[in-house]
Design a protein around this ligand. Structure first.
Ligand code: FES
Length: 122
């Protein structure tokens, strides 16, 4: 056994450092061309981050809220995607974000009404 390796019983990192990630497309395009940023994506990202923190869900072993560039599903924007489940959401307002946090990120229940239609891509 190598001396510098962590002991599997005591120092092993969890199988997945975060249980779940939610990525928000914050893409903006030159000259105000259509993109998620035109639909208050930054505001939604900020809301999600604060709600996750307020719910005590942030940190290792829990949830990480991440910024992303274009996720290539612009036609369904603004979008966010939750991994590892690969569940895509198209949201509109702060209530939608709160529901994603409470239902999916906290209670592991997909918010069916906000699912991105599967055929919508770029
Ligand atoms: S601009 Fe948001 S998915 Fe492309």
């Amino acid at each position: 056994m190598t001396q510098n390796r962590p002991s599997p019983e005591t120092d092993s990192p969890p199988a997945s450092y975060y249980q779940r990630h939610i990525f928000f497309c914050l893409n903006e395009r030159p000259n105000g061309a259509e993109a998620c940023a035109n639909h208050r994506a930054q505001e939604a990202f900020d809301r999600c981050k604060s709600q996750v923190k307020a719910a005590g869900l942030s940190g290792p072993g829990q949830v990480r809220v991440n910024k992303a560039g274009c996720l290539d599903r612009c036609a369904a924007g603004p979008v966010a995607v939750v991994y590892p489940e690969a569940v895509w959401y198209s949201y509109v307002d702060a209530q939608d974000i709160d529901e994603i946090v409470e239902s999916h990120l906290k209670n592991e229940q997909v918010v069916e009404r906000l699912l991105t239609p599967p055929h919508l891509g770029r």
